[in-house]
Design a protein around this ligand. Structure first.
Ligand code: HEM
Length: 186
């Protein structure tokens, strides 16, 4: 197998697994914000899965981009890292590039909640919804396999699960956390 072809296949595979990991991370994060999610999962489990899948998704996204450098398509680092610089399907590629940088920003600020304050932290963290939409459109429009049934099922399942949990979150938000009786006494 030619080297360029092996890198290209690796890039496609890491792109798909990065997408699965990020979808899983969104679902684990959303599970703590819906009543059903709270009922069927443990708080520690949700948080650990959310963190682990976010890190895995980011590492795989980095691999997805780096392996494109070796692919036969001869992309330069600027084309891969600057939104709109890629000559091949520039708009859909730019959605991946913007999603990639936003993922890095969300990952860096994730552990900085107390330093940023809850308002700013939530604002940045909620950008994950826009990233999900951007990388879904990027994968569907750029992917060689997007027209094949297994990949279509992946995208449809990811959109249905994340979309369903977001709707559930809006119509059945989690019950407010009750303070222990002792702390409510005057
Ligand atoms: C700098 C950022 C990015 C660049 C330059 C980039 C570039 C590309 C390119 C050129 C393709 C087409 C591969 C092909 O010919 O099939 C592609 C596909 C894909 N990308 Fe990205 N991407 C970026 C970020 C991301 C991110 C952050 C994700 C998800 C977390 C992602 C997920 C995917 C998926 C799922 C595919 C479809 C693979 C397939 O079905 O063949 N990409 N990307």
């Amino acid at each position: 197998m030619r080297d360029g072809l092996a890198w290209w296949l690796t890039s496609r595979a890491t792109g798909i697994v990065a997408y699965l990991a990020l979808t899983g991370s969104m679902l684990a994060g959303l599970a703590s914000r819906t009543r059903t999610g709270q009922r069927i999962t443990s708080p520690l489990g949700r948080l650990e899965w959310h963190k682990a899948l976010s890190v895995a998704g980011l590492v795989l996204a980095v691999a997805h981009v780096l392996t494109l450098l070796g692919s036969a398509r001869d992309f330069s680092p600027i084309e891969l890292l600057v939104p709109g610089a890629m000559p091949y399907r520039p708009f859909w590629a730019a959605l991946g590039v913007v999603g990639f940088w936003a993922l890095i920003a969300i990952a860096i600020t994730g552990p900085m909640r107390s330093r940023l304050g809850p308002g700013a932290w939530h604002w940045i963290h909620r950008a994950a919804y826009a990233v999900f939409i951007a990388v879904t459109a990027h994968g569907v429009m750029m992917g060689t396999d997007s027209g094949r049934l297994p990949m279509l099922l992946v995208y449809v399942a990811a959109i249905a699960l994340v979309g369903g949990m977001v709707i559930r979150r809006v119509i059945a938000p989690p019950s407010p956390v009750r303070k222990p009786a002792a702390s409510r006494r005057p």
